[in-house]
Design a protein around this ligand. Structure first.
Ligand SMILES: [Cu+2]
Length: 200
């Protein structure tokens, strides 16, 4: 009699654990799916901008290759040059595989960053870099698509000058233009190269 009770208790405990574990696995699975789905749905999308020599450039022009996208402005004192340098070094580490990746810099400062200015700026980081600008409306649209937050600011010390605070994620898009992952600012070049290699 006592033994039967023991069986019921142990059996109940085991069953409870199994249900608990199943719930945990199911739940984690759901959460992962949700993250992946929302990332794909919310970041990126079509853009129409202006490239070298004033030519219209759209996301379609890069189909078949991965896009490595970063938003900033050429007057940026620190974050942009540092991050573009990291992108450049990471692509160097990839060797021949870097041909599958187009590094793209999109300005958040269309007033000052003309097509000539952006093209000349990105050339400092490599011949393969594409610099894009556009009308203020085109830039707002592209930044919104990539969920980039930015804000112009000015203080007395700057005179007529201004700066732009901006988020600083690097976005990796697949050959169909879909979001793959983002790489946070401050990631060292070898880590960025490692991430790229994983998805190429
Ligand atoms: Cu910047």
């Amino acid at each position: 009699m006592r033994r039967r009770w023991l069986l019921v208790i142990v059996g109940g405990f085991l069953l409870g654990s199994l249900i608990g574990m199943a719930a945990l696995i199911f739940n984690t699975d759901m959460q992962q799916k949700r993250v992946v789905t929302s990332g794909t749905a919310l970041i990126g999308g079509p853009f129409e901008l202006v490239g070298k020599d004033g030519k219209t450039v759209t996301d379609q022009d890069f189909r078949g290759r991965h896009m490595l996208v970063f938003f900033g402005f050429t007057h940026c004192p620190d974050i942009c040059p540092a991050e573009l340098q990291v992108m450049s070094a990471a692509l160097d580490e990839l060797g021949a595989d870097a041909d599958e990746v187009v590094p793209i810099f999109i300005t958040l400062d269309p007033e000052r960053d003309t097509p000539e200015a952006v093209s000349a700026y990105v050339a400092n980081f490599g011949d393969n870099f594409v610099g894009l600008t556009g009308s203020p409306e085109q830039i707002v649209k592209a930044a919104k698509a990539y969920r980039v937050s930015y804000q112009k600011f000015q203080d007395e010390s700057m005179g007529d000058n201004y700066s732009i605070d901006h988020s600083a994620l690097v976005y990796l898009m697949d050959p169909d233009g879909k979001f793959v992952t983002h790489i946070p600012y401050g990631t060292p070049p070898d880590k960025m190269a490692e991430t790229l290699r994983r998805y190429l």
